[in-house]
Design a protein around this ligand. Structure first.
Ligand SMILES: Cc1ncc(COP(=O)(O)O)c(C=O)c1O
Length: 347
């Protein structure tokens, strides 16, 4: 049973087509940079859809698909992304409230996606989330609820709230009995991999290594799936986690989804102690390796990337920090061409 519910087979063409119909959508930049004499490729998600992080591709997409599906169930009509903006569908969406917990960016995606579709959003934040996220969420019309001392507690509060109010839970993580909406969130992230694939097909410069920072594992899952299934030249894939929250690596070691304990990390958006079951399962099939980062290294990596012209955070720069650690080992083979994703701008 777990095998089937964990299967991730995203309809990536549908996701790309959806975004290409959005006025706010633009392909994010893929920069060529130099680090210690090495050429690196840097996918820059710091401005994505005006939200400042790749998560702008997840929640809003899942919301659009969910409303389209609900509308179809009610009326029998199959709708396009453009049709979702019509008044009758927005009036229908006004009766839907999306609830989630967030370390920051997923909440912004859900809040802005709900606002764009005429729906409502209620976002649960742990006390570890910067207050600036709370203010930004409110500016998108979301109701903000501060709940718990850490991400896991805010997730529990969101789940309980959805259960008691009948609101629609839109988490980015998956667990036993809850997988379908987060699969749509991850389907949205596949757009990043498609954009990169198209750029690399034009340049012919395929990377030898791709570094993927992970919280619950949604981004890493979507990227790894897309790379393994659709890229003609296969790189090594390295999943990067805080040493305080290495839940995917622990799951890999244990052969099953495994929670971890640890102190709070300065990589706040990666500080998830519970892996996404679907992400873990998919990563197991994608031949990835795992590394962890200390907070100190993560801060230095963020400072370096910011000094190189892309202001970001320890979470946003984590893949780059892991690359820097690999460069420091001095063991690069001929043809070493790493790709990193700067997953958020400065918070
Ligand atoms: C900036 C940033 N990078 C990486 C991640 C990790 O994504 P995931 O939780 O899907 O693994 C997040 C998650 O919130 C994030 O906000």
């Amino acid at each position: 049973m777990t095998q089937n519910v964990c299967q991730f087979t995203p309809d990536f063409s549908r996701a790309l087509k959806h975004f290409q119909a959005q006025p706010k959508y633009a392909v994010s930049p893929l920069h060529n940079m130099q680090v210690n004499g090495h050429h690196i490729l840097v996918k820059d998600e710091t401005q994505r859809m005006g939200l400042g992080a790749f998560k702008a591709l997840g929640g809003p997409y899942a919301i659009a698909r969910y409303i389209a599906d609900q509308w179809q169930q009610k009326t029998g009509e199959t709708v396009t992304s453009e049709r979702l903006q019509d008044a009758d569908i927005k009036a229908f969406a006004a009766g839907i409230t999306f609830v989630c917990a967030s370390a920051g960016n997923h909440g912004l995606g859900v809040a802005s996606g709900a606002r764009d579709m005429g729906a409502r959003a209620r976002i649960f934040l742990a006390s570890t989330v910067p207050e600036s996220f709370g203010r930004r969420l409110e500016s998108y019309g979301a109701e903000v609820v501060w709940a718990g001392d850490n991400y896991s507690q805010s997730v529990a509060a969101a789940v309980a709230n959805a259960d008691t109010t009948g609101a629609t839970l839109l988490a980015d993580g998956t667990w036993q009995g809850y997988t379908e909406l987060p699969k749509l969130v991850m389907e949205g992230y596949t757009v990043i991999a498609e954009e990169i694939r198209m750029a690399l097909a034009a340049s012919g410069q395929w990377p030898s290594h791709v570094f993927l920072q992970a919280g619950v594992g949604g981004l890493a899952c979507a990227m790894a799936y897309m790379i393994r299934h659709n890229w003609p030249v296969q790189p090594e894939l390295i999943v990067v986690e805080p040493d305080a929250a290495e839940c995917l690596q622990a799951s890999h070691r244990a052969g099953q989804p495994t929670n971890v304990e640890g102190p709070d990390s300065n990589m706040g958006r990666l500080d998830c102690k519970e892996p996404s079951m679907v992400a873990w399962h998919t990563l197991e099939q994608c031949q990835v390796t795992y590394v962890t980062l200390t907070d100190k290294a993560a801060q230095a990596g963020a400072d370096n990337m910011s000094a190189m012209g892309l202001p970001t955070t320890p979470s946003g720069a984590a893949g780059f920090t892991a690359l820097q650690q690999q460069l420091a080992s001095g063991l690069q083979a001929e043809g070493f061409l790493p790709l990193v994703i700067i997953s958020e701008g400065q918070v």
